[in-house]
Design a protein around this ligand. Structure first.
Ligand SMILES: Cc1ncc(COP(=O)(O)O)c(C=O)c1O
Length: 391
């Protein structure tokens, strides 16, 4: 065996996306103790930078030392108590995982189902809450990575609050890639991931809880069913209301990487980051449409950072993705669940959300499709994409 030397790829699937070289350099800095005063100072900045990214002043804003799924579990395990009725909106894979989480926390999920590829329907949520006045929590995914649909967080949270429910929002693919306003939209609990629109490595889950959510945690009748994810213990390490104490050994270097990624986001400006994702999405869309390819999600409900493209009839999904990977070093995503074999998922997230990556993707995909006999006009596709980037 030899040291593992991965190739340089362009990551334009559903995540991880390309990591910025500054983040990779930060990961290689010397490891120091996780209670070293200098490290603790960096943690304070990290919390401040996360508040900036989430647009919140919530004190309890921190990265959970594990991937996005652990952020999800942290929210559900702390906020759901055995017997709690939780309305879960499902319009793709990750809404389905929320239901699993509710069940494992001992809660009773009430499902609001929407078609894959569509946003969560606010009217259905309203009707469901009217039929279940004893529900206490509403949960839904902002940016459904399995389909590319974006739900109207502000409206859904308003409805949840009108029915006296807390709102838990999955922002794993949303954070840094499209408008997300934790305070202005009154989101009670939110979790995200480091590997999507932040240009950072996978493995960390930024979370944020407002006072209302913390009130529910403090008034729990039973202990949280996970020691590691018990917020009151985690907060003691991340410097919440108590003195900072050892909880677990933080992934020191991974946190350097997130700190660096968030510094870059801050320098760019969060609104500019949202606008960059939109510009690159529009260029990709212009090129894909010029090649006769169709996006699955209706325009008004489409995510900019994750584009779900219908696979043309007769085209071998796996063969195309393999050619892209092996010939061009380009990764795009396959369809998940109900959409497996029917769509490709093309991410323009984080450091992959750049004009040169969009152009590479269009020319490589166009060439592979042309080789397979699909009639595509690559020249027109590229010129439309360049045109959109100039607009
Ligand atoms: C919307 C959404 N939620 C949750 C997750 C889980 O995150 P992770 O894979 O980092 O555990 C993902 C990952 O793709 C996601 O896209």
């Amino acid at each position: 065996m030899r040291p593992f030397q991965p190739p340089v790829r362009t990551l334009m699937g559903p995540g991880p996306s390309d990591v910025h070289p500054r983040v990779l350099e930060a990961l290689a800095r010397p490891t120091i103790g996780h209670l070293d005063p200098l490290f603790v100072g960096m943690m304070e900045e990290l919390k401040e930078l996360l508040r900036y990214a989430f647009r919140t002043s919530n004190r309890l804003t921190m990265p959970v030392s594990a991937p996005g799924s652990a952020g999800m579990e942290t929210c559900f395990l702390n906020l759901v108590e055995p017997g709690d009725k939780v309305v879960v909106c499902i319009n793709g894979v990750f809404g389905g995982r929320m239901r699993e989480n509710v069940e494992r926390a001992g809660g009773e999920p009430i499902v609001v189902a929407d078609p894959w590829g569509r946003a969560v329907d606010p009217n259905k949520l309203e009707e469901t809450l009217a039929a279940h006045p004893d529900a206490r929590i509403v949960a839904f995914v902002h940016a459904e990575t399995s389909t590319g649909a974006c739900s109207d967080v502000k409206t859904l949270v308003e409805i949840a609050h009108r029915h006296d429910c807390l709102a838990i929002v999955d922002a794993v693919t949303a954070l840094g890639g499209c408008e997300l306003e934790v305070d202005a939209w009154n989101i009670d609990a939110v979790y995200a991931g480091s590997q999507k629109c932040l240009s950072c490595t996978p493995g960390l889950a930024p979370v944020s809880f407002n006072e209302r959510a913390m009130g529910k945690v403090r008034s729990r009748r039973s202990k949280v069913r996970s020691w590691f994810q018990d917020l009151s213990l985690m907060a003691a390490y991340w410097g919440g209301e108590q003195q900072r104490t050892y909880h677990h050994t933080a992934p020191v270097n991974a946190l350097y990487g997130l700190h660096e990624a968030l510094l870059m986001l801050h320098a760019e400006g969060i609104e500019e980051a949202w606008a960059r994702h939109r510009r690159n999405h529009l260029a990709l869309k212009a090129g894909l449409e010029a090649m006769g390819l169709e996006l699955l999600v209706p325009e008004a409900e489409r995510l900019p950072q994750l584009n779900t493209v219908s696979i043309p009839a007769g085209v071998d999904d796996a063969a195309v993705r393999a050619r892209l990977l092996n010939t061009y070093g380009l990764e795009i995503g396959a369809g998940l669940g109900d959409l497996a074999g029917k769509v490709w998922r093309i991410g323009v997230m984080g450091h992959s959300s750049r004009p040169e990556k969009v152009i590479l993707c269009l020319s490589a995909l166009g060439t592979v499709l042309a080789d397979l006999g699909v009639p595509v006009d690559i020249g027109t596709a590229l010129s439309r994409a360049h045109g959109a980037l100039r607009d």
